[in-house]
Design a binder for this molecule. Structure first.
Ligand code: GRF
Length: 206
């Protein structure tokens, strides 16, 4: 009998290399999950093209297409529920999650941030800006944080962190690359722990 799996949605705004890492981990049996939906606020996100090439259903979650925030939240929730999504993994998603969805998925939405939160997080702290800030502050270490998502940017309860040294002479670009390589290992590993804990509770429920 094959291992039980959790249905996951991945939300992204850009390249989607973390989505690819999660997909590969699932394909290799290291993540007990099926990625049943890839969502983005940006039609032109490269990650969406990658998802389509893998025959994964995609959806555009564009707030500007809705007059009311609540209608937008209801649309996102309906799309997630249609695919029976049980866990949402943010992978470079640059928008807030609507309150309706946060409420429907308590401790079921996870984000990855390329620094050691609470340092270098919050609104506008994404991409190279994060690594620039680390270098400008003279930090000798940075890292990766995986946390639950709440109503504030990069704020929810921390699940796991991995430390990474900053080397003399590092540029934001060099540091970004070093951190991203760690993310690709660490996100599937930590998400697997989250998945396992949800699956074990499920088996008790039945
Ligand atoms: C990653 O650095 C992640 O930590 C942050 O956004 C970036 C996404 O990169 N939240 P990619 O689109 O997965 O390549």
């Amino acid at each position: 009998m094959s291992a039980p799996k959790l249905k996951i949605a991945v939300l992204l705004s850009g390249t989607g290399s973390n989505f690819e890492a999660l997909y590969s981990a699932a394909a290799l049996g290291r993540l007990d999950a099926d990625i049943v939906l890839v969502g983005s606020n940006r039609e032109e996100a490269k990650g969406l093209t990658k998802a389509r090439a893998l025959n994964i259903p995609t959806e555009i979650f564009d707030r500007s297409r809705f007059a009311e925030g609540e209608a937008f939240g209801a649309f996102m929730l309906k799309s997630l529920r249609q695919r029976e999504v049980e866990l949402i993994a943010l992978a470079g998603y640059l928008r807030k999650i609507p309150p309706l969805v946060l409420k429907a998925y308590p401790r079921r939405i996870v984000n990855i941030h390329p620094a050691l939160l609470p340092r270098h997080g919050g609104k506008g702290m994404y991409g190279l800006k994060v690594h620039q800030a680390v270098i400008e502050c003279g930090d000798t270490e940075t890292g990766v944080t995986i946390h639950y998502v709440d109503e504030a940017y990069d704020h929810g309860e921390i699940i796991a962190q991995k430390r990474i040294p900053v080397q003399p002479g590092d540029t934001p670009e060099i540091l970004a690359q070093r951190v991203l390589e760690v993310e690709h290992q660490f996100y599937p590993e930590v998400l697997q722990q989250v998945v396992q804990s949800i699956l074990s509770k499920k088996s008790v429920d039945f």
